[in-house]
Design a protein. Structure first.
Length: 641
């Protein structure tokens, strides 16, 4: 089976499974996509402050793990969808030769040739924090401890030298090993006798000298009346913890609050809290709601805690193992006791607020950890008035790689600077009420951009909470290519700035267009035009002529960088862009080539037909496009039979 068919079928499975691990966060942009927001600027190639590895770990989980994987082996669920391999930054062979400054540049500027975006949502220090954490993925505590001993025994005065942020940012661990063995300047050759293993351990430890020390443990004040060990570890007669359940704490008149196990419910807050007794192998998971609605929380509000774990097959992503549901206290806090806490178990919580599912960040259980706190869940009042949204920019990219067809990537940058969550109801998979496709274009669907603010899932659409970051949506459509293409793009909401990006060799003419010349972006030349702003219901109209400077097109998705491989997810409502793989025929190098050249055997053709049927049945493909493509595949199958 061709890889593109595997990609599409996998994408369909992910879509129908309604992955609840993320909604629309950090998904792959189209090839050569430039984010609407300005890319982060490059500062000095060393950290402004000592990197915080713990903060970097939290950023890594959110921004990097979906592609690079938990341990940095390039096996993240989203990374496995890409047509290129993701760098295994957790392998010693990769990490030991890496310059921190180079990784900082990658995080700052991105590498769209490898489908990695620039992370404009991170400030300069945060980018250094996540780089610092990434540089620990190939090490272990035992290795660091060994390196510490070696350095202290052989070069006790070297710690200050190797604590220089500027110097260490420009040195790889392999460079450090060479310095230890050969010396340079004021640095003596103190590591000549180190074995390769010892040298690697010493270099790994030297790297930690540039990291911020973990926060000091907080001492618990002693009480005037100490509690005996027996009393602290033995549950009272009224406490009967049950594995897999949570203890609900309820007050009784004139007594300490009694602890009564309630299956599947968390402990409710009381005036006199009683510390839960945890069964062996169990722990507690607590969290809170950041209530921005301006109203008291409903008395019957429930929170759902989801336990997830990566299976043996990393391509499937994390799987939900079990869920716990319980009440939210009046102050917005909640706690689940006696939940399993094996190492690497993932916990995430969500609440339903007027049909919008607000989700927390996630927490991963560390070895020996029993008391977990998940990030707060911020909730807002909702509104269906999407006219309060601001479309800050629209960038329209054109692709003419397929003869007779013009593909449009319309990239919208949307801001919600109100104090309410804007809910968007969709009547179809290709219908977002404030986004219009170009006149005469065939809609192919939508995808979230890589660095978008986090969308919220709803039953019949999606929602956009207030955010200082912009939301990014890409609308995909197809037009018939003619020598003179008349295009009209309407604005259903005011748009602050519209830009056109045509392949080099093509031109656009129209009222209000300003020719910005040919500009190179990520190694690709575009003829760029700016069209200013648009008022609501106004259209930008222009004529496209010319012929792209020819570039050889390889039909294989591993080579053809004009193909869309990224899989976007916006709850249950956005069309998987993998559909495009079936709508685009490979450019024929020889006129005698026919349909079956796309497939290796009749089985591949049958797989393609089944996948196409599934798309049409679920409403993700128009009747016309479906029937045309199915007839082509059936004809090819008959010729192969």
């Amino acid at each position: 089976m061709k890889l593109r068919h595997i990609v599409l079928i996998t994408a369909i499975a992910i879509f129908l499974a309604a992955c609840n691990f993320t909604l629309a966060e950090d998904v792959t942009p189209p090839p050569n996509y430039v984010p609407p927001a300005p890319a982060p600027t490059m500062g000095p190639l060393f950290p402004p402050n000592t990197p915080d590895v713990e903060n970097g770990a939290a950023i890594y989980v959110e921004k990097c793990e979906p592609c690079h994987g938990v341990t940095g082996l390039g096996d993240g669920p989203q990374g496995l969808q890409l047509p290129v391999s993701v760098a295994a930054i957790g392998l010693p062979a990769t990490a030991q030769k890496a310059l921190p400054s180079d990784w900082y540049i990658q995080v700052t500027q991105g590498n769209l040739e490898r489908f990695m975006p620039p992370f404009a949502s991170l400030n300069d220090q945060e980018r250094w924090d996540v780089v610092a954490y990434a540089l620990t993925l190939h090490t272990s505590p035992d290795q660091i401890a060994q390196g510490k001993t070696l350095i202290e025994d052989s070069c006790a005065d070297c710690a200050k030298t190797f604590s220089s942020l500027e110097m260490m940012s420009a040195l790889s661990e392999n460079d450090l090993i060479q310095l230890m063995k050969n010396g340079q300047g004021d640095i003596p050759a103190f590591g000549k006798s180190f074995t390769d293993e010892e040298a690697a351990a010493a270099a790994a430890y030297l790297r930690t000298l540039t990291f911020a020390a973990p926060p000091a443990p907080v001492a618990v004040a002693a009480t005037e009346t100490p509690v005996s060990t027996e009393a602290a570890t033995t549950p009272s007669a009224e406490t009967t913890p049950v594995d897999g359940t949570q203890a609900a704490v309820t007050p009784e008149a004139g007594t300490e609050a009694a602890v009564t196990p309630v299956d599947g419910t968390p402990a409710a807050a009381t005036e006199t809290p009683v510390e839960a007794t945890l069964a062996e192998g169990m722990g507690s998971v607590s969290g809170s709601l950041d209530n921005q609605t301006g109203k008291p929380l409903p008395a019957d509000m429930k929170v759902t805690l989801r336990a997830m774990e990566h299976g043996s097959d990393p391509s499937t992503g994390p799987k939900e193992l079990e869920t716990f549901e319980g009440p939210v206290n009046a102050d917005g806090t909640f706690v689940f006791n006696n939940v399993p806490v094996p190492e690497n178990r993932i916990y995430i919580a969500d609440v339903d607020v007027n049909g919008s599912i607000y989700q927390s960040g996630f927490t991963i259980v560390k070895a020996g950890e029993t008391d977990l706190v998940i990030p707060p869940i911020t909730i807002f009042e909702g509104t269906s008035d999407y006219s309060t949204l601001q479309i800050t920019s629209l960038q329209i990219y054109f692709d003419f790689a397929v003869e007779g067809s013009a593909q449009m990537f319309s990239v919208y940058s949307i801001a919600n600077i109100t104090d309410k969550t804007v809910t968007v109801q969709m009547t179809g998979a290709q219908d977002i009420p404030f986004i219009a496709f170009a006149e005469g274009a065939e809609p192919l669907g939508f995808q979230a951009t890589q660095d978008t603010a986090a969308f919220v899932q709803t039953a019949d659409g999606f929602a956009m909470p207030p955010s200082t970051s912009t939301y990014g949506l890409i609308a995909f459509s197809s037009l018939v290519k003619t020598e003179k293409m008349e295009i009209s793009q309407a604005a259903l909401l005011p748009i602050d700035n519209v830009s056109l990006f045509l392949p080099e060799g093509m031109e656009a003419t129209g009222d209000g267009l300003t020719d910005e010349g040919v500009q190179q972006q990520n190694g690709v030349n575009y003829h760029v035009y700016s069209a200013g702003s648009l008022e609501k219901d106004e259209s930008v109209k222009f004529t496209v002529t010319g012929k792209p400077i020819s570039v050889e097109v390889n039909p294989d998705v591993l080579q053809n960088k004009t193909l869309l491989i990224g899989v976007g997810a916006l709850g249950l409502v956005l069309v998987l862009a993998g559909v495009w793989l079936f709508l685009r025929e490979p450019k024929k190098v020889d006129e005698t080539d026919d349909e079956e050249n796309e497939f290796d055997d009749p089985e591949s053709l049958m797989d393609a037909i089944i996948a196409l049927d599934d798309l049409h049945r679920s409403g993700k493909l128009s009747d016309e496009a479906y029937q045309k493509r199915r007839d082509e595949l059936k004809s090819a199958l008959k010729r192969r039979s």
